[in-house]
Write a protein that binds this ligand. Structure first.
Ligand SMILES: Cc1cc2nc3c(=O)[nH]c(=O)nc-3n(C[C@H](O)[C@H](O)[C@H](O)COP(=O)(O)OP(=O)(O)OC[C@H]3O[C@@H](n4cnc5c(N)ncnc54)[C@H](O)[C@@H]3O)c2cc1C
Length: 637
């Protein structure tokens, strides 16, 4: 963590100085209006609150933050994102870790009873430096709210404000006019003008309706009962994630929860008719407890306390577009209104994706909005949000549909044990095969203005272009600290250029890494010269970091290139945290781990949302400049 750059400040370094523009920020004319304080809205708000010059408001119809309930699964990929926001470690400490999943099936000797059929490691080794964890959605909200409160914008939600409708008039400086209803007795209506509006208002999104988008998909909904309970039970795997498929009483999931005692039970209820609503079926918590007793027979649950329960119905549905610009108008206008999260895709809770993908949407959109509102990128960049996230959501819904179908199939019980064994083993294999999907690490963005082609992919086979940057351990040159390289990427809207040097000593005057640094620092055509405002720190738009193959003890820091220890801030202090070496002592060679060509080296360009935008040779100056020119406007010099 770096601080004190612009002068010593006592106290908590996570508490940023308030933005100077704060006191004059208008409440009724804003850059971004976010509707909804769920995981999507709060991710976006936390991201935008980091930019002192961006005026954001976030409104929520509820009277205050939620305290319990809703989703709880945090995929490895989401933990990586939390690291960028600075609270992954705290969540890892507080949450329950899902290390293994056990599978239960009908006992072949007595199908009315269940028996343990198998056990798999939940996340494959090396997939991420972070675990798969579970924690109450409300706590995730708390971490975001804290982040927003400590940000330069001191952003806090306006509760008790309900989005009504909007209209767009491009001739106005703040083109989107929004009407909001206060929850107070006289139901006052307030009007806000915004440059951009983002509907993070859940599955029944009013923002979605206001721009004529529809959730399309299966209407035959599956109902689920969900309960967070404290219970005395004879079931032995209550601290594992458990998948139970009983012979005739239905299916269930156990999700162990934070704190060591609480656990969640998901119980599959009846399939609903197309026009049927679970809310009308008058299901009670006691019905769910009784269903659990039947499914888990012969094990018993003596439920002492139900902390939260709900019945939950959801189909797999998706919008064709996640913004207000129809496909045939993409070439002629940029979006003004976006939808994120459950507002544009809904999933069954079985694969635990709803909250994770919703936050992923917002993380994708946040840096793009910030770049456009900072004047660094043209508004056409905003088209890439819908293009990228709609494709991801479509893949995920396809996966969810298969997974949900498999989950709901009754296991065979009438045949000899072979039949059962096959069904259970196949189910378990399917779970393992799709582990990367559920961990959130399998998503890949297609080639676009913000994702390069794969011409040089062979230079770093483990850094697949379009996928998230898969971190690996390195040693920092300036202080020999073992760190994770990926943790350089913070949610600050900056791009990173990781320069993986070839085998030559980087302090040789003619080393290729030095020639690249010379180009980046001094040539007019370099993306850093072209796109960094003249009065800003050299790394404020694109941060260059180098990784050397030598041990940190064998490199003379004083002879490394100045771009890698640049003078910054009001005192011109040197930022020493941009050079890294292979972790020889720990036996972790990032070059080997990520398939980097040691003889050639390469540049790995990483977007502000931690996705790999490009892999290029060390001397591909023209291609590097051309790539950034497609994204950024030229800085005024
Ligand atoms: C009751 C409930 C139970 C759930 N249970 C589970 C579960 O057990 N397991 C699981 O995996 N997932 C569950 N989910 C789904 C999971 O919570 C979502 O996938 C995830 O929260 C999506 O995040 P989001 O930010 O897109 O939307 P949401 O979390 O739905 O947030 C939307 C927010 O917008 C607000 N809002 C809506 N309309 C307006 C308006 N007009 N004006 C202002 N504010 C508005 C809402 O009050 C809400 O706070 C549940 C969702 C709900 C609603």
């Amino acid at each position: 963590m770096q601080f004190h750059l612009n002068g010593f400040r006592a106290g908590d370094p996570l508490q940023h100085a308030p933005a100077t523009a704060l006191h004059e920020a208008a409440r009724d004319c804003v850059d971004v209006l976010i509707v909804g304080c769920g995981p999507a809205g709060l991710t976006l708000a936390a991201q935008l609150s980091a930019f002192p010059h961006i005026n954001t408001r976030i409104v929520e119809q509820k009277e205050g933050p939620i305290a319990l309930g809703q989703a709880d699964g945090i995929a490895c990929r989401t933990m990586e994102m939390f690291e960028a926001f600075g609270f992954a470690e705290r969540i890892a400490k507080e949450a329950c870790w899902i290390n293994e999943t056990t599978f239960w099936k009908p006992d072949e000797h007595n199908p009315a009873h269940i028996t343990r059929g198998g056990r798999v490691q939940d996340v494959e080794d090396g997939l991420s430096e972070f675990p798969h964890v579970v924690i109450n959605q409300a706590r995730v909200h708390d971490y975001y709210l804290e982040k927003m409160h400590r940000s330069p914008r001191r952003l806090a939600p306006d509760y008790g404000l309900r989005f009504l409708d909007l209209n767009i008039d491009e001739s106005r400086p703040y083109p989107v006019e929004v009407r909001l209803a206060h929850g107070d007795a006289d139901s006052r209506v307030e009007t806000i003008n915004a440059r951009y509006v983002v509907g993070c208002d859940g599955a029944r999104s009013a923002v979605r309706r206001s721009v004529n988008l529809k959730l399309e998909g299966e209407s035959a909904n599956q109902a689920w009962g969900v309960m967070d309970v404290l219970a005395v039970t004879s079931f032995p795997d209550v601290r594992y994630k458990v998948v139970v498929r009983s012979a005739s009483e239905g299916n269930a999931l156990i999700i162990p929860r934070e704190g060591g005692y609480l656990f969640r039970l998901y119980l599959e209820l009846d399939q609903l008719a197309p026009d049927e609503r679970i809310a009308n079926k008058q299901v009670e918590a006691s019905d769910l407890i009784a269903a659990a007793q039947r499914i888990f027979s012969p094990y018993t649950f003596d439920v002492k306390e139900v902390a939260w329960w709900s019945v939950y119905e959801i189909g797999q549905r998706l919008c064709r577009k996640f913004d207000d610009v129809p496909e045939d108008e993409v070439a002629t206008r940029a979006p003004r209104v976006f939808i994120c999260g459950d507002a544009c895709h809904t999933h069954s809770p079985k694969a635990g994706q709803g909250m994770n993908v919703s936050m992923g949407d917002a993380f994708n959109l946040g840096w793009k909005l910030a770049a456009v509102l900072s004047g660094r990128a043209e508004p056409r960049l905003l088209h890439t949000y819908s293009a990228e996230r709609q494709a991801i959501a479509a893949d995920l819904i396809e996966f969810d549909r298969h997974w949900a179908k498999r989950f709901s199939e009754r296991p065979k019980t009438d045949s000899a044990s072979d039949g059962d064994a096959m069904a259970a083993a196949e189910f378990q294999r399917y779970f393992t095969q799709h582990g990367r999907f559920t961990a959130g690490t399998a998503f890949r963005y297609a080639h676009s203005s913000v994702v390069g082609d794969d011409k040089y992919q062979h230079l770093a086979t483990g850094f697949e272009i379009g996928t998230r940057f898969h971190s690996a351990p390195v040693v920092r040159l300036c202080d020999a600290k073992p760190v994770h390289l990926g943790h350089k990427v913070k949610a600050d809207g900056r791009w990173r250029m990781f320069v993986f040097a070839d085998q030559q000593d980087p302090t040789d005057a003619n080393a290729r890494v030095n020639a690249l640094c010379e180009f980046l620092r001094h040539e007019k055509a370099s993306p850093i010269s072209a796109h960094t405002p003249p009065d800003a720190d050299i790394d404020s738009v694109i941060e260059v970091c180098a990784v050397f193959q030598q041990s940190h003890q064998d490199i003379a820091l004083e002879r490394t290139h100045a771009l890698l220890k640049p003078a910054k801030g009001r005192y011109g202090l040197h930022d020493m945290e941009k050079m890294f070496c292979v972790d020889h002592r720990g036996g972790n060679d990032i070059f080997l781990m990520r398939g980097i060509d040691k003889a050639a080296g390469c540049i790995v360009v990483v977007r502000p949302d931690q996705y790999i935008a490009h892999v290029l040779p060390l001397d591909s100056y023209g291609e590097l400049s051309a790539f950034f020119q497609r994204i950024f406007t030229m800085a005024q010099g």
